[in-house]
Design a protein around this ligand. Sequence first.
Ligand SMILES: Cc1cc2nc3c(=O)[nH]c(=O)nc-3n(C[C@H](O)[C@H](O)[C@H](O)COP(=O)(O)OP(=O)(O)OC[C@H]3O[C@@H](n4cnc5c(N)ncnc54)[C@H](O)[C@@H]3O)c2cc1C
Length: 509
Amino acid sequence: MFSSGTQTKKILILGGGTAGWMTAMILAKKLNKHGFEVSLLESPDIGTIGVGEGSTPALSAFFKSMGIMEEEWMPACNATYKAGITFDGWSTKPGFTQYFHPFKFRLDEQFSQAFFHSIQMRRKGIDIPAHPSPFFLSPLLVEKQLSPIPHYNFPFEPSYGYHFDSGLLGLFLKKKSAQLGIQHIEGKVEEVLLDNEGYISKLVVEQGAHYSADLFVDCSGFSSVLMQKALKVDFKSFASNLFNDSAIAMPSDIGQQIPSETRSTAMKNGWRWQIPLTNRFGNGYVYSTQYCTPDQAEKELREALGLLDSQVVARHLKMKVGRIEKHWHKNCLAIGLSQGFIEPLEATALFLVQQSAALFADAFTHGKFTEENQANYNDTINGYFEGIRDYIAAHYYTNSRTDTQYWIDCHNNHDGQSDTLKHILSVWKKGEDLTAELRRMGVTKYYTSVSWHCLLAGMGIFPEQDTLRAPHPNERQVNMSIVGDFLHRCSLNFDPHIEQLKKLASKVC
Ligand SMILES: Cc1cc2nc3c(=O)[nH]c(=O)nc-3n(C[C@H](O)[C@H](O)[C@H](O)COP(=O)(O)OP(=O)(O)OC[C@H]3O[C@@H](n4cnc5c(N)ncnc54)[C@H](O)[C@@H]3O)c2cc1C
């Protein structure tokens, strides 16, 4: 494909959603110095998907690598901080009807041994407290409506993600891309021309103009104009693992305080997100049309938000959940919704965009576009998709709700789960060393052992209460009041979330 030499090599990205602009910036930053020129072609008439308002901590690395400060991008995107996610109502087990998935602070390592030890005892049938939340700082910060940004002299590094307005983020990235020298072209692609060997040679737009490049990047969203439509790369559905295929999004008013968490609340046939921005809540219901109609889902969401009689418009979306078999094929790379999507329970889509673009750029800077290189890249990205899918599927599979057929079927969906997930759950239930097993399987790069422990302990996957025994005097127990006192004192180093956001906004002025 890319012959060596001094001639400029062209990369053409199709699609100007968040995936397109982020990919353009990552590739331009890493590859311009190797003689590449990045352009982006998009159709304003088609527009972007316009949802996707939560991130993982990885987004902060993206902005840092671009030299963009929080005070520049966050106020421009009505963004807030995210310390983690509360899962509400996924489990019915007494004491476990709510849990928090924290973005782990360095500080949390102080208590990680205590955390693993307590959970291990409970897994072995000893009656001691083993809810994850009291071991972590983030849920305490959220409860106290604090931001996850510590005072400057706090000795432990924080970890947090963000909430943002996806439309504003797209506009912000577009502006920044221009500063990086990325050329912006408007037009709707009507035809994709292939050469004799099946490589893409040109994109033809509606007015007849055509664009050629050495590498094409498909960021055209669910329509996957290049990879799935033109190159016919197969799509592997995750429908057997994850039943949800639709979503509804609608805003609601934000109150006086702005939470520093995403809330994920179980509904009759799925779950709803609540994401705080500086000017509104973004809400959405992710559900399965096998179990309810879009109208029923909208009514249920409106009821939950107190918006039954409101004129606020609900957006209905279809979700294609799964991944393509090859993310890099011939002279085409697919990034974003065009390469696949795992439902937004852990807000991982932009993380996958970052990983896909950065790993591709690394593959290039290491010099070779060999078939082996392509195959390795595809295996790695497929590993990410499946690793994240398994973690998300575990939420459904371990639920204990019996109020609707949806939740019962999710729980009974043994055959739909991957062998990896079945094995993880079997190790957990047998009380074996899960951390060692996750490491042995090589899956901690997708979710850490702490995340798996938070999920499984948080859902109350322990021996039944009536089979537990009291601890023997020689069985060491964690003194939770020491943990609680330490975390409380740590929390004094954090300001109210709303104050932190005001401080950021004032730096802009
Ligand atoms: C319900 C829901 C909730 C989500 N929540 C989250 C979340 O919390 N966190 C997260 O990280 N992600 C989330 N996502 C995913 C997130 O929305 C996307 O990953 C992100 O917006 C990137 O989308 P994209 O750029 O791939 O596609 P799009 O935004 O759809 O952009 C596609 C682009 O391609 C262009 N295009 C398409 N066809 C053509 C053509 N023929 N010619 C020219 N241009 C064309 C369009 O004009 C557009 O510019 C969510 C997704 C859904 C469905």
